[in-house]
Structures are given as C-alpha cells and as structure tokens.
Design a binder for this molecule. Structure first.
Ligand SMILES: [Fe+2]
Ligand SMILES: [Fe+2]
Length: 170
C-alpha cells in the first residue's frame, strides 16, 4: 500500500511507524470534521499497534469501521464541492481499504498472527502522514475555498434575482 520512501525498509514501509505516529496540532488541516476524523485514525491505528491476542480482532474491526466512515466522509465532501481529480485520492483510499478488509477477514479466519496485525498498523501509520500532507490537505483547502469563495455570492445573487422577479409579478 505504501510506495514512497520505501527503499530503506523491508516490506516497503517503516516497521516502527506506529510508534512514531502521534496526534498533534501539527497534523491539523483546517477542516474541523476532517481533523476530528484524522485524530480518530491516529487513535485506532495506535490501538491496533498495541493490540494483543485478546484484543486484536476488535482493534482490526475498529480500524475497518473507522476507515469506511473516514473515506466515505471525504468522498461525500468531494462530490458535494465538485472536487477535481477525485480519482487519484479515491484510488488511494480503496487500496488501503482493500488491504484492511483482507487482513481483517484473514484474522477472523485465524490465518494471520499478531505480528501480521502489527505490521498492518505500521503500514497504516507509515501511509497516513503522506496521504494527509499531499491529498487530504488539498481537499481541505478546496473545501474552504468553495465555502468562502464564489459560491455564497452566486447564491445571494440568485436569491436577489428571485425576489426581484417575484415583486415584478405582484
Ligand atoms: Fe483523510
Ligand atoms: Fe483521504
């Protein structure tokens, strides 16, 4: 799932990424609901990295549930704000989701061990900062541009035209 900066690390990602992952204001992108979602991402991935044999299945399910909601929320914001180039962003979500769904299913079938589950947590922790920096930050900026830019002016003009038209006919 992780293609960048992978040369130094076995398996294509930093195996210690989950230990380094920590929520801080430096990760805020400015869109409140998105920031809340990203804080939750950090918590569920940290919990997955710290899971044991008893908690692993629950932690995996929590990550899966989180990602379904996280990615669906961002998709809805993209659709609602007519975000350009959605495909690249959504492709990356899908790849990550596919991996989590696969590992969770294998875990339910008893076919992966704790070490694999922790490797998934490290892969997610390694992936997220890059995704947030390059793709989510662009989406956050786009949403606030749409919110504070031309759209409200256009709505106001439409409203004024409608009122004017109405008064012409009464
Ligand atoms: Fe995100
Ligand atoms: Fe995203």
């Amino acid at each position: 799932m992780s293609h960048h900066h992978s040369h130094a690390h076995q398996g294509g990602f930093d195996e210690n990424a989950a230990e380094r992952l920590a929520w801080s204001d430096a990760m805020l992108l400015g869109h409140g609901p998105m920031d809340d979602t990203h804080e939750e991402f950090v918590h569920v991935v940290k919990a997955l990295a710290a899971c044991n044999a008893v908690t692993a299945l629950g932690c995996l399910q929590a990550v899966e549930d989180h990602l379904l909601a996280h990615f669906e929320a961002e998709r809805e914001w993209m659709v609602r704000t007519e975000y350009p180039n959605m495909d690249c962003h959504l492709d990356e979500h899908q790849k990550v989701l596919d991996t989590v769904l696969r590992v969770n299913q294998l875990a339910k079938d008893g076919q992966v061990g704790l070490r694999d589950v922790r490797r998934l947590a490290a892969a997610l922790a390694d992936w997220f900062p890059k995704h947030a920096t390059y793709l989510d930050s662009a989406l956050s900026a786009w949403i606030s541009k749409r919110r504070h830019g031309g759209v409200p002016v256009i709505l106001r003009r439409d409203l004024a035209a409608g009122v004017q038209q109405e008064s012409t006919f009464t």
